[in-house]
Design a binder for this molecule. Structure first.
Ligand code: IPM
Ligand code: MN
Length: 373
């Protein structure tokens, strides 16, 4: 089996974390006799520097003709600190989402017992946390009309949603909530006490829920949800929300896992699927080999699952758990005894290819910094 994968390394730590995923995918390919063809494409600040365009046509073209896309991260401080910049890296990502009609972003939130101590929350609130956020990705305030008055003193961003835009992402979330491994509960997060768009979300989801009698639907205002995610995160199973609320709440929810660097995501829509860690380009860490590659590696695992390679995906997850349980973690998780991005990648390759025995002497890895023979 040959799969064509587009790799967009992007900016900041994007290239170094994606590189770990690629080497793991190559290890999987070697082991299973499958083949991955990687096509490298530009997007973000990197693409602006090289072509003047945050999303060159060649990237869209390649994405439209591949089996899956793996993205690193995009963004650069030189644009963040310049509100008047006409071209921005983020435009590339937003345009890609729109061009490929990736209308749902799926972000699983799990906790790892070995990382509980890193969370500001009490252990008892973290045990058993397992929910998944369905974030609408191609509508709302992100894509509404943007205006700045001539004199530069007034700005607007329209928030627009159509019923069909809500339905298509809600259907995915309902389907997911019905899966045997889920708890059959869907929570719609909105601000229906204030926003017209939110009232349309509520009405649409309510109507749709009649087609899914096995799923219990809960409605929650976003301000309350921000608090509940911290106070009682176990209550959530499948969370459905609009674009900007989903952006904010998923960063918040990452605190439960222990680090934003751990979380993967899949963006799905009408065909092509894009996988990316939820973290940004973390420019302060770029090039230092200290960023957490697990968000990208777990995104690659989601990608393998999507490509029908369930066993290989499970093996990557097992390897990730093994690194976490044994304290092989990057600086975000342990600022004192940490391992490099590339070391974690190498350890996971070794695990996946069976070169790491069941019990491993941590000292060996410490000494060698990576490969175990
Ligand atoms: C994300 C990011 C993007 C978003 C940015 C980079 C445009 O924060 O994927 O969560 O806001 O959607
Ligand atoms: Mn975000």
């Amino acid at each position: 089996m040959t799969k064509n994968i587009v790799i967009i390394e992007g900016d900041g730590i994007g290239p170094e974390v994606t590189r770990q995923s690629v080497r793991i995918l190559n290890t999987i390919a070697e082991k299973t006799g499958n083949e991955f063809n990687f096509t490298y494409c530009l997007m973000g600040a990197d693409a602006i520097d090289k072509t003047g365009n945050p999303l060159p046509d060649a990237t869209i073209e390649a994405c439209l003709n591949c089996d899956a896309i793996l993205l690193g991260a995009i963004g650069h401080p030189k644009y963040d600190n310049d509100p008047s910049a006409k071209v921005r890296p983020e435009q590339g990502l937003l345009k890609l989402r729109k061009s490929l009609q990736l209308f749902a972003n799926i972000r699983p939130i799990n906790t790892y017992p070995s990382l509980h101590h890193l969370s500001p929350l009490k252990n008892k609130n973290l045990e058993g946390v397992d929910f998944i956020i369905f974030r609408e990705l191609t509508g709302g305030i992100y894509f509404g009309k943007k205006e700045l008055s001539e004199d530069g003193t007034k700005a607007t961003d329209d928030c627009v949603y159509s019923k069909s835009e809500i339905e298509r992402v809600a259907e995915l979330a309902f389907h997911f909530a019905q899966k045997p491994e889920r708890r059959k509960k869907l929570t719609l997060i909105d601000k229906a006490n204030v926003l017209e768009t939110s009232r349309l979300w509520r009405k649409t989801v309510k109507e749709l829920s009649e087609r899914y009698p096995g799923v219990t639907v809960d409605y929650m205002f976003v301000d309350n949800a921000a608090m509940q995610i911290i106070q009682n995160p176990k209550q959530f199973d499948v969370v459905l929300t609009e674009n900007m609320f989903g952006d904010i709440l998923s960063d918040e929810a990452s605190v439960l896992s222990g680090s934003l660097g751990l979380l993967p995501s899949a963006s799905v829509g009408k065909g092509i699927v894009l996988f990316e860690p939820i973290h940004g380009s973390y420019p302060q860490a770029a090039g230092k080999d200290i960023a957490n590659p697990l968000g990208s590696i777990l995104s690659a695992a989601m990608m393998l699952e999507y490509l029908g390679m369930n066993e290989e995906a499970a093996l990557i997850r097992e390897a990730v758990n093994w690194t976490l349980q044994n304290g092989f973690v990057t600086k975000d998780l342990d600022p004192v005894n940490f391992y490099f991005t590339s070391t974690i990648g190498e350890l996971i390759c070794d695990y996946v290819s069976g070169r790491i025995p069941g019990s491993v002497k941590k000292d060996n890895i410490e000494l060698r910094k990576s490969t175990i023979i």
